[in-house]
Design a protein around this ligand. Sequence first.
Ligand code: BGC
Length: 430
Amino acid sequence: MKLLYNKSSDRLLFPAGFLWGTAISSHQTEGGNFNDWTEWEIKNAKIKNQNAKLKSWPAYVLNDYPNPLQEENYISSRACDHYNRYEEDFDIAKKLNNNALRFSIEWSRVEPREGEWDQKEVEHYRNVLRALRARDIEPFVTLWHWTNPVWFAEKGAWLNKEAPFYFARYAEKIVKELGNLANFWIILNEPAVLVSSSYWRGLWPSQKNGFLASYRALNNLAKAHNLAYEKIIFLKPQSRIGIAYNFIRFEAYKENFFNRIIKYLADYLNNHYFLGKIKRKMNFIGCNYYFYNRIKFNLFHPVKSLKDNENKFVSDIGWEIFPKGIYHILKNLKKYNLPVYITENGVADAQDKYRADFIKDHLLWMHKAIQEGVDVRGYFYWSLLDNFEWDKGFWPRFGLVEVDYKTMERKVRQSAWEYAEICRNNEIML
Ligand code: BGC
């Protein structure tokens, strides 16, 4: 793709046909789901709520609804009611000049009991896709965004050696039913993040922890990806298939021997190990980028070596904003020789203080990577809507669009209009 770069007029143009979108996921927005997270949320809400009482919270968080001191914050329940309001939400995306949208199919809706398909739910997703097509918005369909049907969880989820088979059967069903309405498929969302939080640290469902469990789950997820890829390509050879992977930029606090070794290992394990297992079975890389970690070797607390950030600008959930990281990540992806889409990049910013600049700064660095030959073809801001942020609950506000969780009213934030201008013009004005 040829990039038009017009230095004299202080405009950075993006390649023709560039996709500008936003991303959402089923469990975080739909409401009314019944999966392994739903059960876990109900069991854990009280304790999460009690732990939150031990911390201090800024007024803008406490004045919001729901806030961390309320138990309902931790239970997804109606979420954004996107299941019933998807048309309204897609109208907003259209008004914001988006020409692409990433969403996920909820496996537990489509296959609520093992091997039994709910055709009503399949039809629902067919309507979702039709609604996007009717608005000229290109769908990027994610097949798995962390949640599992309860029957699958009861069978041991990603520790069961049959897991890749169960998953591929579901992928096959979806592509058979919906394949004529979508070209882009993201098989898995951030498998390593799920494994690290669920199987390594034991914090998320299904709360296993240890090295062996993590190793087995990660390998099963890679097998599931590869098997699903084969099924999809067989059914619909022209499909574009990828992953949405969370890349972390690692920087050394000081370029010394120990920092460099840890940086190398962290980069390999987090950013490249999994990709290495699926690299022959994808047509594009979906890059989710949020933050960087600065490495400072600590002999007495080796785990602490992994994060010694400056924290000059941090989001509401404490993630340091580091736009340049996206550039390094993209440059490192060049070796895979595949098109790249930024499938997530966003900030929790309830007061909308940073969001417009956050987007612009990341786009500037992304633009530089494109100029230097990385084939980036699209950008999806996370997220279109405020939504249910997993174990943190509703209080972190990532949306371009604010959601009032009492009335379900949507309100477009100022930063969204700024992003809409970029989408409309396919360029950034400096
Ligand atoms: C996940 C999203 C999540 C976002 C912000 C990504 O890791 O895919 O589901 O909401 O980060 O934490």
